[in-house]
Design a protein around this ligand. Structure first.
Ligand code: S3P
Length: 430
């Protein structure tokens, strides 16, 4: 259902990565941490529930506000199996925290999370002395054995992953000696920044982080910026729908997240960064996005890690653009909430777009988008991307399996329609 131009001022919900970390560090800190702008998504609520199960008192005085009564690094109690829902970040970071506890724990997830690779966190944590069992192939559920003394390691990440880096650093809080993580390409550094904000001594620069165990986390106040990855759907929609002029307020601009802006600008997008400021140590801006004709590009592989969550949205921009867009070096997309290369390729083909899939990317022949029926495979970002594609489709687009939009973007349908998008939730509204 195509809508009209997007002409509005909107503020998307709080950052998912920051919200997960704020709850975790708040729980492990001494004192009371206040979180403003907490993402009320299923993923981040699951993380909060996990710590509540382990004895942490967390209050929600208002929507998007949390008060976390920290129990200190060693104050968690066993609380039964922890359900991380759809959240890879929740499970991987929790594995690092739980590896350092005196008690056994287990981590489970939904069907999508249960199919995602966990060997990438188990392997370095085992090197630190942790004992973690998984299902065959390193898949969840995970059983983390407590009471294992951990030692610091030097670890070179085989893949650029902020989740793996963070799991190792969080285990490093409990380890003897120094833990150092090196990355093949710098990834989002929220864990490092937030550890510093909670008073834990840490050295970090793009691509490397070093800390030692034996310190204390001190409660603080966390201001969560609006999630760039949620803003991405609006940025692409306003870019491709003629007549649009959209202002997105207070969007987090961590440089390890904003690769999509680079790619869209290279395609000809008109995006202005207005009123730069900082929120809780993170750069934020208001983004003003106006419609502009886009042309396909070859996305340089070096840009991929800085836009890893934005490829579904980029695929839609590519489908609406003139000419060919080439994505390579993005094999990680196959192990996200769904196989995003397959989900986007098949979905776009169902809408009449020519897409050639490759193991590590795709070639998209842009031009026009027809109507049709697509399956989001239960992946929030695939569902929202096709909602954006529908805005420029010549006929109706029906997107199935959309409930998981609420994992990262509660209220998406209302915000999108308020901004001018044509969109209707048929099954349970997200
Ligand atoms: C995240 C890291 C990224 C990203 C995910 C959130 C994080 O995953 O895709 O949505 O909060 O650390 P990887 O570490 O698997 O790249």
């Amino acid at each position: 259902m195509a809508g009209g131009p997007l002409r509005a001022e909107v503020c998307v919900p709080g950052d998912k990565s920051v919200s997960h970390r704020a709850v975790m560090l708040g729980a492990l800190a001494e004192g009371t941490t206040r979180i403003h702008g907490f993402l009320e998504g299923e993923d981040t609520r699951a993380t909060a529930r996990a710590f509540q199960q382990m004895g942490v008192r967390i209050e929600a005085p208002a929507a998007s506000e949390r008060v976390v009564h920290g129990v200190g690094l060693h104050g968690l109690h066993p609380g039964g199996p922890i359900d991380c829902g759809n959240a890879g970040t929740g499970m991987r970071l929790l594995a690092g925290v739980l590896a350092g506890q005196a008690f056994d724990s287990s981590l489970t997830g939904d069907a999508s999370l249960s199919a995602r690779p966990m060997a990438r966190v188990i392997e370095p944590l085992q090197r630190m002395g942790a004992r973690i069992d998984a299902r065959e192939g390193g898949r969840p559920p995970l059983r983390v054995h407590g009471g294992q003394p951990l030692r610091g390691i030097e670890y070179a990440l085989p893949v650029a992953s902020a989740q793996v880096k963070s799991a190792v650093l969080l285990a490093g809080l409990y380890a003897s000696g120094t833990t150092r993580v090196r990355e093949p390409h710098p990834t989002r550094d929220y864990t490092e920044r937030m550890l510093a904000a909670f008073g834990w001594p840490i050295d970090f620069s793009p691509g490397c982080a070093t800390l030692a165990g034996g310190h204390v986390l001190h409660a603080t106040e966390v201001h969560v910026p609006a999630d760039f990855s949620s803003a991405a759907f609006f940025i692409v929609a306003a870019s491709i729908v003629p007549g649009s002029e959209l202002r997105l307020r207070a969007v987090g601009m961590n440089p390890r997240r904003t690769g999509l802006l680079r790619a869209l600008r290279a395609m000809g997008a008109d995006i202005v960064e207005d009123n730069p400021r900082s929120t809780g140590g993170e750069p934020v801006v208001d983004l003003v996005v106006r419609h502009a004709p886009l042309a396909g590009i070859e996305v340089p592989e070096a840009w991929v890690p800085d836009m890893i969550d934005e490829f579904p949205a980029l695929f839609v921009a590519a489908a609406a653009a003139r000419g060919r867009t080439v994505v390579r070096g993005a094999a990680e997309l196959r192990v996200k909430e769904s196989d995003r290369i397959a989900a986007m390729s098949r979905g776009l083909r169902a809408l009449g777009v020519r897409v050639d899939e490759a193991p590590d990317g795709a070639v998209i022949e842009g031009g026009s988008i027809r109507g049709g029926v697509v399956d989001s495979r239960g992946d929030h970002r695939i569902a929202m991307s096709f909602a954006v594609a529908a805005q420029v489709a010549s006929e109706q687009v029906v997107v199935g399996d959309v409930e998981n939009v609420a994992t990262s973007f509660p209220g998406f349908v209302a915000l999108a329609t308020g901004a001018g998008m044509g969109l209707r939730a048929v099954s349970p509204p997200a």
